[in-house]
Design a protein around this ligand. Structure first.
Ligand code: ADP
Ligand code: MG
Length: 247
């Protein structure tokens, strides 16, 4: 089976400062993978570099043995909340419709079937009743569910989500996790940046632990061990203790 995501010797820097250094891993379909690591560890940068949204210094990246250009439509990306302009005047339904057909643009009118499909996806995340609201009027949890619906509407093979639980209520978080688990079980590849360690082993079956460099990658229970976490969270022992991780 070819890997869904393959990264070899990836280096990314901003103005000469290396944010991601020599990272390599391969992910296979049917996995729900968490990217964890301290603030500023390069988690978002790693995701953006995979999607070619920031330039890389070097490294090879492929998806099912193809380049991002060839396969972009089969990849869904939900950015970090603060990378999204929530004041943009667009309804919940249109947010999802535009996700469904990335090539549709603003000027072509979506067909009825596009709207029906978007509504179906909104129903999956429990947001169909608010389809005519403006996206900016929703709570954090509702907004994140709409963005998940938009990703689902695209019917991708690979999902990338950056901190989808920040500013999200517990019920929305539960809904999002259960949908991601369903997608995993149906053979999709899901990669989630997640800085809160408390639920890491409940949510993800594999973990990528980074602190600029790859510290550890593998089965969640193997990575989520005090002696491994301590390598990435050096100097943050009190933080680990709070989580009940003894170091
Ligand atoms: P994380 O998502 O793990 O918190 P980031 O990938 O956002 O980390 O950031 C990694 C490092 O790169 C940090 O030191 C951050 O300040 C820096 N960085 C991120 N984005 C930019 C940017 N657009 N320009 C300059 N430096 C950046
Ligand atoms: Mg980030």
């Amino acid at each position: 089976m070819s890997s869904a995501v393959s990264v070899q010797n990836l280096h990314v820097s901003y103005y000469g400062n290396e944010a991601v250094r020599n990272v390599s891993f391969s992910l296979y379909p049917g996995n729900l993978v968490g990217i964890i690591g301290p603030n500023g560890a390069g988690k978002s940068t790693l995701l953006k570099a995979l999607l070619d949204l920031v330039p890389r210094d070097r490294g090879e990246i492929s998806f099912f043995d193809q380049s991002i250009k060839a396969i972009r439509k089969r990849i869904a990306y939900v950015p970090q909340r603060n990378d999204i302009d929530w004041n943009f005047p667009i309804s919940v339904l249109d947010t999802v419709v535009l996700g469904t057909y990335p090539g549709l643009g603003w000027f072509r009118k979506p067909k009825k079937s596009h709207k029906e499909w978007a509504l179906h996806c909104l129903r999956e995340v429990g947001m169909d009743a608010l389809s005519h609201r403006q996206i900016g009027e929703l709570s954090g949890g509702q907004q994140q569910r709409v963005f998940l619906a938009r990703a689902l509407a695209q019917q991708p093979d690979i999902f990338f989500l950056d901190e989808p639980f920040v500013g999200v209520d517990a019920a929305s978080e539960e809904t999002i996790v259960s949908i991601l688990k369903q997608q995993k079980d149906s053979g999709k590849t899901i990669v989630v940046v997640h800085h809160d360690l408390s639920k890491a082993t409940d949510y993800f079956n594999q973990l990528i632990l980074i602190n600029r460099e790859l510290v550890s990658f593998g089965e969640a229970r193997e990575v989520f061990r005090p002696e491994v976490l301590a390598k990435a969270y050096s100097g943050e022992f009190s933080f680990l203790k709070e989580l009940g991780v003894s170091v």
